[in-house]
Design a protein around this ligand. Structure first.
Ligand code: BG6
Length: 454
């Protein structure tokens, strides 16, 4: 279908690192019609030629520029000037587009300004079903600012026209959580506190803040990762079976479980990597956390007593995102197989860098011995995809073009997660300095936190 995509923040990091490669792939796979157009909006006084030259310097993935350029138009824009919105609207109309997505790849303080311009110029009017507006994370900087932004947005648009991004929802294995849970009868009766002893949700990164110090220093790991990606993963793991796989039914269940979640204040541990203060645009005396460990419980019949461990940090030993479901020891088992209880059953959902599912079980050691040893059933999702695995932004852009809202967050998900994180943020915690991942693990263990090795 003939579609127009308008991207505010087109000279930014997100555009160069994620959106351009994703758009290139969608074009290659013919998900974007030849007659579609991508209007790249930014402040810089560039011609399309200058823009492409700048983009080529920054985009690291291989892109078919020759083809992509035929879709692009660069527009110099002042987000505070209503005339620029009116000009854009007239241009899109003259170019013959009625199906329109406006993507705000900009910091949240610009959301209300741009949303207002978009609405006042009637680029998008409330209720127009062919037109939608997309907001990158973070949606606000705390509950209050998020509410303020949202109130403004609801003045201008219907909730159905608003797409809030959490790019983890576009990842293959995050989409796979519901399939693993609900398409496999073996998990039906064991997905609860009678069988599961704990859940660990982690996202470790090797990189530091790189050039994003200006943004990150105001935000920190709790808001950057826990409020969004980690809590989204937790809600998919812990939600009850929805009445259908309809977007609203899934979100209803996610919100229910998030509302029952309570963080244990004493088990919050934060850290900052050594060298962070030297990063560009970071305050020299910054106390911003680049590492967080937090523990929560879900106060409902299914999960009562099961700790959910969350861990995320920058400048750690490896890039790794995964969810580990630890199953309980069975005391009866010990009588039969004493060594089996050393190795608990575990289900690991690997999100990145390798994607897949692994189940750890006990087997007899090979040979004449009688010991039980751990073995794993390993499914490698990325191997089966034969390099055809979509990147999360590719999937999210496709869903946006198809007006499918399941992989975007609803306002009450944002509200509930900010509530949880604001509460944690209000606790004045010592920020530990760390050089390595093990430094933080030692601190966590020294506080007596009862979690299994991550
Ligand atoms: C972003 C955060 O949302 O997610 C970044 O702002 C973080 O700080 C990134 O590095 C991690 O995403 P991924 O897909 O690389 O795990």
């Amino acid at each position: 279908m003939k579609q127009a995509i308008v991207i505010f923040g087109s000279t930014g990091n997100l555009m160069y690192k994620k959106l351009i490669p994703a758009l290139d792939k969608l074009i290659k796979k013919e998900h974007l019609d030849e007659s579609s157009k991508i209007y790249c909006i930014a402040r810089k006084d560039f011609s399309l030629k200058d823009y492409i030259a700048d983009a080529k310097k920054q985009v690291t993935e291989e892109v078919n520029w020759e083809k992509l350029v035929t879709f692009l138009e660069y527009i110099v824009f002042d987000v505070n000037d209503i005339n620029d919105y009116l000009l854009l609207k007239n241009k899109i109309k003259a170019d013959g587009y009625t199906d329109l997505s406006i993507y705000l790849a900009v910091p949240p303080n610009l959301f209300p300004i741009i949303a207002k311009g978009v609405s006042e110029s009637k680029l998008i009017s409330k209720g127009e079903s062919e037109k939608r507006i997309v907001f990158e994370k973070p949606f606000g900087e705390n509950l209050n600012s998020a509410k303020k932004i949202n109130r403004e947005l609801w003045k201008y648009f219907d909730e159905k026209q608003i797409y809030r991004i959490d790019h983890y929802l576009g990842k293959e294995m995050i989409q796979n959580i519901l399939v693993v849970r609900f398409a496999n009868v073996v998990f039906n009766h064991i997905w609860n506190n009678s069988t599961i002893s704990s859940v660990s949700i982690l996202s470790k990164e090797k990189e530091g803040v790189m050039s994003r110090g200006g943004y990150y220093d105001k935000i920190g790991a709790l808001k950057d990762m826990l409020q969004s990606h980690l809590l989204q993963m937790a809600s998919l793991i812990a939600m009850d079976k929805p009445t259908s796989l309809d977007s609203e039914a899934i979100k209803d269940e996610k919100v229910k479980v998030l509302k029952d979640m309570i963080f244990s204040e004493k088990d919050l541990i934060v850290g900052q990597y050594k060298g962070y203060l030297e990063a560009e645009k970071v305050a020299k005396d910054s106390n911003t956390e680049t590492f967080v460990y937090a523990k929560a419980y879900i106060e409902n019949d299914t999960w009562k007593g099961v700790p959910f461990h969350f861990l995320s940090g920058k400048k750690l030993d490896e890039k790794l995102s995964e969810i580990i479901i630890h199953f309980k020891d069975d005391s009866a088992l010990k009588a039969y197989f004493p060594s089996a209880t050393k190795h608990q059953n575990k289900l690991i959902i690997r999100v990145a860098p390798k994607e897949g599912v692994q189940f750890q079980l006990n087997v007899k050691e090979p040979g004449l011995g009688e010991q039980t040893i751990p073995a794993s059933l390993d499914y490698c999702h990325s191997c089966d995809a034969l390099k055809n695995n979509p990147e999360s932004y590719e999937k999210l852009l496709l869903e946006l073009l198809n007006k499918n809202r399941t992989l975007f967050t609803r306002w009450d998900e944002i509200e509930t997660t900010w509530n949880l994180v604001d509460e944690l943020k209000s606790k004045d915690k010592k920020v530990h300095q760390y050089e390595t991942y093990q430094d933080m693990i030692k601190i966590i263990k020294s506080k007596g936190v009862d979690f299994y090795d991550f």
